[in-house]
Design a protein around this ligand. Sequence first.
Ligand code: NAP
Ligand code: MG
Length: 497
Amino acid sequence: MPAKRKSSSRNSAPELLFGDLWEFDPAPESAAPNLKDTYSLFIGGKEVAPRSRNYFESVNPATEKALTRIPAAGKADIGAAFTAAESGYQNYWSKLSGKERGKYLYRIARLLQDRSREFAVAESLDGGKPIKESRDFDLPMAAAHFFYYAGWADKLEYALPGASTTPYGVVGQIIPWNFPLLMLAWKIAPALAAGNCVVIKPAETTSITALKFAEILQEAELPPGVVNIVSGAGATGQLIVDHPAAKKIAFTGSTAVGKAIMRSTAGTGKGLTLELGGKAANIVFDDAPIDQAVEGVVNGIFFNQGHVCCAGSRLLVQESIAKAFVQKLKARIATLRVGDPLDKNTDIGAINSKGQLDKITELVASGVSEGAELFQSKCSLPKQGYFFRPSLFQGVTQSHRIAREEIFGPVLSILTFRTVGEAIEKANNTAYGLSAGVWTDKGSKILKMSTALKAGVVWANTYNKFDPTSPFGGYKESGFGREGGKQGVADYLKINA
Ligand code: NAP
Ligand code: MG
């Protein structure tokens, strides 16, 4: 049914009324994800059943139905993976020139591109993200990281100019569930380019694309043991962290687990990089291009259901424009389509898991009980699956939990400010320091803000823009180390004493 039009005055353009009046035909993505009934671990270049004999189900969060069985690697499996990685390093990877290593990375990048539709569907099925994001963001970015780091493999002397370096040898890598394949690419590509072999664990709720990636490695004929993929829960991650053969741990996930890993590795001599949580300020000044800023704020918080470490989850808007800005924001949020992740028209897919939905629900309830004013889109939600309405809170103060804690869902907390100084103080008043956004017409204000904001990335008049050449990482409790750029490859090299 066409949208109804309402003429607000004789000369102004008619206003489109969305809501229930506006219907899109379903536009399901049709590529097959080619899932197996049961997956295997990938150790020493082979798909192997877990010695633990334990499996768990991977669930589609949009339907609550099981998709496939995933192996839960135990101690013997992790031992076998590290033995294979050590052998892969000694017998193959350390013997290849950078140029030869680079050829494998190029091959992996091209194979990922070839199968990108299939992987995008698998990613959306397993994690709940809209197909237009997995198709247009996760897959192209994952391939781009392999292409980019393929180029570094024979240029390592430029990563840390003047220093003599060696790879760590074998590294352990642990990744979260919000960008499963992309986080895998961020980890594996620079590690291999720098000459390391890896044992990597995907997150429990989103292991499918990591295990499918094993098929790509086999097609690329990567030498055995160079990459080992072991699925399992937090306990499997802990086994990786504690294994003596892991000479470096690279972790992306929550600050709480990051702190525990830092305690576990203290005094062991292992290298460590931590990419942790965030509570970014997206700051809108009264001289900003307002309509673009509204789009940027929407993208900043609702991209990937808000399951984004660098999400612009705190909107700081200048008081003089706050009322008008929030009005426009609410009108825009009302048009977001929530629903089937595989529908190409979907803006917001499913929340990744029941546990994450419960966490978001609890934090939103805390915002209401602490006195903030909740606005939620009135869109219809699917009857089955884990979904949450796009939401925003007004009247938020710095002491509210929703202003301090990472919600990791489609929920925006709005605060106001009057001066540049107040904006800087409020933006930096957080334990985190991963990212920030600044919206203004003035270049000088952008430069002042980006110097004053304690955040690894500051976006100006845009948000959530990524590129493999650009380093990404945190300050304070958002962690240390960088992924992307030459800093990303340098973090996989040891400087020789
Ligand atoms: P998480 O609970 O910390 O889990 C991250 C990974 O660590 C998962 O693979 C998890 O396994 C594993 N794990 C859990 N306990 C462990 C332990 N004791 N030892 C070793 N590994 C352990 O985080 P998440 O909920 O998956 O991810 C969301 C968090 O990641 C958010 O805080 C987000 O901000 C952060 N993140 C940061 C970045 C960045 O670049 N800074 C990027 C993306 C996400 P299971 O899943 O099986 O429990
Ligand atoms: Mg799943």
